[in-house]
Design a binder for this molecule. Structure first.
Ligand SMILES: [Zn+2]
Length: 460
């Protein structure tokens, strides 16, 4: 069966053109001004008149079914990739997080098992949680034999999955030599632990103390330290979920002096501010994630980075917990599972606030949500492009249609939204993934297990 998308305006990271797209056997087989002649009986046709057609979104940062802080994130790979699909994200890159002392290859096996029920395509990053001989020895294997060329280490979460500078140096050297790219969760873990303990001892136990326990200055310090080490050891690195002016300035300074480094930010750091922590009745716990939502003013710097190209990608860090899970921390904010939903709303929020808000054009929007991700993570041009031979992952988008975001209507299992009641103009109307129509006029028709693993190329 084939799919024809007619009369749309194809928008890529480079340009836009009015054309039809014909998809067969999971790939794009023709692009042209009028492809009606190719139609066969049984083909599905989407009329995209007056609408835009983007390459399928790629979210570089999700945590489905993640065991974390004594519970498990509320979306599994099926509901998580379905929620993504509903919002125009056809591929998700999830983080394999190995147990401390465990094998990377074993952990990857577990993630493959969990991900087999995905409705959309998926790839993995590998987290590095301890610098054991075994872990360091497995890194080249992970790149060479398992299609994973990106890694992540945590400078925060001291005493759990966080690592010290000695480990960081070992990871930078080993990952770089193996043709991988090391990404960092950059916050100063030692200072955060000291502040958390002190706040709790002082009776400052509510979720409103989460941001002050890990202020932006500690993100800036960690970014600066990581980039200093990376410079010394000649390792390219990336900073995930950049949230603050302090982090951005430290990063921009390194870029200006010519260092190879990359950055990702997330919609929640672009469109929210720390007033969310003043919500009553423990609702503020919905916004407890790390890094935290920053005071007003920080987001301007992140928008600046998206405008000037220093920030390359926008991921969601989708890691939802239901309110009953968040209540594990009702007596101490340090026990609130860190994370929130968002995989479904990345495209619409970035379109509304980014393009609609005058920060960048539709080409930059496609670059940030798809093409840059595909290129950075070794999936281009299979993903991130509208080209003959690319995977037929396409989003039909009505720039005039408005919608209101709500936990009542999203497809995540989370019972809260970070963007409850937000109105956006510009909405995903149809989604094609691997050539099959997955969303049509709001009707999600995904299939458990239809998603495929996307192995990725090493760097260089
Ligand atoms: Zn994350």
């Amino acid at each position: 069966m084939a799919t024809l998308i007619k009369n749309g305006t194809l928008v890529t990271a480079l340009d836009e053109v009015r054309a039809d797209v014909y998809c067969a056997d999971g790939i794009i087989t023709a692009i042209g001004p009028d492809l009606d002649g190719r139609r066969q009986a049984g083909d599905e046709v989407i009329d995209a008149s007056g609408q835009l057609v983007f390459p399928g979104g790629i979210d570089p940062h999700t945590h489905f079914e993640l065991p974390f802080m004594g519970t498990v994130s509320a979306d599994d790979f099926e509901s998580g990739t379905a929620s993504a699909m509903a919002g125009g994200t056809t591929t998700c890159i999830d983080f394999v997080i190995p147990a401390i002392g465990g094998s990377l290859v074993d952990a990857l096996g577990g993630w493959h098992e969990k991900a087999a029920k995905s409705v959309g395509d998926y790839a993995f990053h590998m987290a590095l949680t301890d610098p054991s001989e075994r872990v360091l020895a497995e890194i080249p294997t992970i790149v060479r034999d398992h299609g994973i060329s990106s890694f992540k280490a945590f400078m925060a979460y001291k005493g759990a999955i966080g690592v010290d500078d000695e480990a960081l140096i070992a990871f930078m050297q080993t990952v770089t030599a193996a043709g991988g790219l090391l990404w960092l969760h950059a916050e100063n873990g030692d200072a955060i632990v000291e502040r958390q303990k002190r706040f709790i001892a002082e009776g400052k136990t509510g979720p409103e103390w989460h941001e002050p326990s890990r202020p932006a200055i500690l993100e800036g310090e960690a970014v600066s330290r990581a980039l200093t080490l990376a410079r010394l050891y000649e390792a390219p690195i990336g900073i995930v979920h950049m949230s603050s002016r302090d982090a951005y300035q430290a990063y921009a300074e390194a870029r200006v002096r010519g260092q190879e480094a990359y950055a990702e930010t997330c919609p929640q750091y672009l469109v929210l501010d720390d007033s969310v922590y003043r919500k009553p009745d423990f609702e503020a716990a919905t916004f407890v994630m790390s890094p935290p939502i920053r005071p007003a003013g920080h987001s301007e710097w992140l928008w600046n980075g998206l405008e000037n190209g220093l920030i390359h990608t926008v991921g969601t860090d989708h890691c939802p917990f239901r309110m009953e899970q968040k209540r594990m921390g009702v007596n101490a904010f340090t026990q609130i599972p860190n994370g929130g939903p968002g995989v479904e709303h990345r495209l619409e929020l970035l379109w509304h606030h980014g393009v609609g808000g005058g920060h960048f054009d539709a080409q930059r929007f496609v670059a940030l949500t798809s093409t840059n991700v595909a290129k950075m993570y070794g999936m281009y041009p299979r993903k991130g492009a509208i080209r003959v031979g690319s995977d037929a992952d396409l989003v039909v988008f009505d720039p005039t249609k408005s919608r209101t975001i709500s936990a009542g209507s999203h497809h995540s299992r989370c019972d809260r939204s970070l963007y409850e009641g937000f109105e956006v103009t510009g909405a995903v109307t149809s989604v094609v993934a691997n050539g099959r129509v997955q969303l049509r006029e709001g009707d999600l028709r995904v299939e458990r297990g239809a998603g495929r693993y996307v192995p990725r190329a090493a760097r260089g």
